[in-house]
Design a protein around this ligand. Structure first.
Ligand code: K1U
Ligand code: ZN
Length: 170
């Protein structure tokens, strides 16, 4: 397994719309294993392939307390069902910032698993929030797009400054 580099806002590659996976093969399974390792190491509760600069529709999630329930979603499709929920979201691509976002509470998700087998599940709470956040990544959307431009621009300026200090131009 390997740790992958996570792209950070405002990197334009985070705006790429991911393409559907055509065949779930060993290459895709290796990607899901590397993404899970990267997510646990970060640490985080979810990761989309877009965040590691792979533009295929692959998500990994583990919202369990003891981090023993990894879930893989390939070519996920989400249908919002009922309710609305506000949750303070974070993002491994927007390190150090959290903002409240309102999303549908209960959703139905259809996807392929790591063996290429279709499955469906209904979810609510943190798993629902996390899956919707990861689905946004696959469409080139970040949680900062759900907040005001004023707050988003402030976050962008602060991260650009941090990135300049970490990697100064020669
Ligand atoms: O997509 C990502 O950047 C991962 C992100 C997922 C997420 C978190 C909260 C709400 C919606 C989506 C994260 O995992 S941020 C880190 C985080 O939430 C966390 C880290 C350690 C322990 C528990 C949570
Ligand atoms: Zn994120």
């Amino acid at each position: 397994m390997a740790l992958l580099d996570i792209l950070e806002f405002p990197d334009p590659r985070l705006r790429t719309k991911a393409k559907p996976v055509t065949i779930v093969d060993d290459g895709i399974r290796k990607l899901t294993q590397d993404m899970l390792e990267t997510m646990y190491h970060a640490p985080g509760i979810g990761l989309a392939a877009t965040q590691v600069n792979v533009h295929q529709r692959v998500i990994v999630v583990d919202t369990s307390e003891d981090k023993t329930q990894p879930l893989v979603f390939i070519n996920p499709e989400i249908v919002p069902l009922t309710g609305e929920k506000e949750y303070e979201e974070g993002c491994l691509s927007v390190p150090g910032f959290h903002e409240k976002v309102i999303r549908p509470d209960i959703i139905r998700v259809k996807a392929l698993d790591a063996q290429g087998k279709p499955f469906e599940m209904e979810c609510s709470g943190l798993l629902s929030v996390c899956l919707q956040h990861e689905m946004d990544h696959l469409n080139g959307v970040l949680f900062v797009d759900h907040i005001s431009k004023l707050k988003r621009d402030r976050i962008r300026r602060k991260l650009e400054k941090t990135q300049r200090v970490a990697a100064p131009r020669s």
